[in-house]
Design a protein around this ligand. Sequence first.
Ligand code: LER
Ligand code: MN
Length: 286
Amino acid sequence: MKSAVTICLLPEARQGPFVFHDGLAAACQVAAQLGYDAVEVLAASGQTFPVTELQRLLAAHGLQLAAVGTGAGWIKHKLHLCHQQASVRTEAADFITGIIDAAGACGAPAIIGSMQGCFAGAVSRDKALDLLADSLATLSDKASRHGQTLLYEPLNRYETNLFNRQADAADFLKQRSLHNVRLLCDLFHMNIEEADSAAAIRAVAPHIGHVHWADSNRQAMGLGHTDPRPVIACLREIGYHGYLSAEIFPLPTAASAAQTSIESLRKVITVVTAITAITAVTAITT
Ligand code: LER
Ligand code: MN
């Protein structure tokens, strides 16, 4: 499992759950100093995405790009994939395509989170799910041209009425044959929607492509009341080798949130490793 930390390039999302808000250079430097494997970037758009600068910083600091968020399309332009106006849906898909291409140039997948939208008014739930499936099919095909998957993120009930739980989203991906779409399991949303986050992860194991590593209050893991041990034990058991990315508020400061988050990850991995070893020895000797 690999670590990542979020960088927000959208000034309008300054209050959002992202660790670094003051540019790529400073953020990559702190991320590398703390020992992160990668950064995850919330893009302002595909057109303005600083591909060359980011590639240079990643190489200079020995970092990878874990994923790129597309939420600016919703936050700044109020676009989404289930909008009742076809022209807005097309604009949403074009906006996401720009980010898929920019992310692909840096070797990373794009995330469909808030850009999935909601069903409302003239758009029934069934119609919205058809629209979502069509968009995910087209966009994941575009991602595959970069050798990437597309990440789809179930959100909590206050952010979408499409899919709030991982199992429902996984069933949808299977039913609609969306083979190049992977689930993004955000532990903050799961803390609200799942009865048992570890069990929910186990149930959708083959579909998981990315994890947002956040505590119950959306601060760094360790600052809320989530017990991350069963989650890490489960991710290890299912052979997850992807990213655990800190999509959290920069509290009390960005640097300390980044530090607390990676320390929590190291600590829980050490604890789970020790427990697994003790359990194995006990099983052999009894
Ligand atoms: C995006 O990753 C996310 O988790 C959403 O809550 C943003 O609205
Ligand atoms: Mn998230």
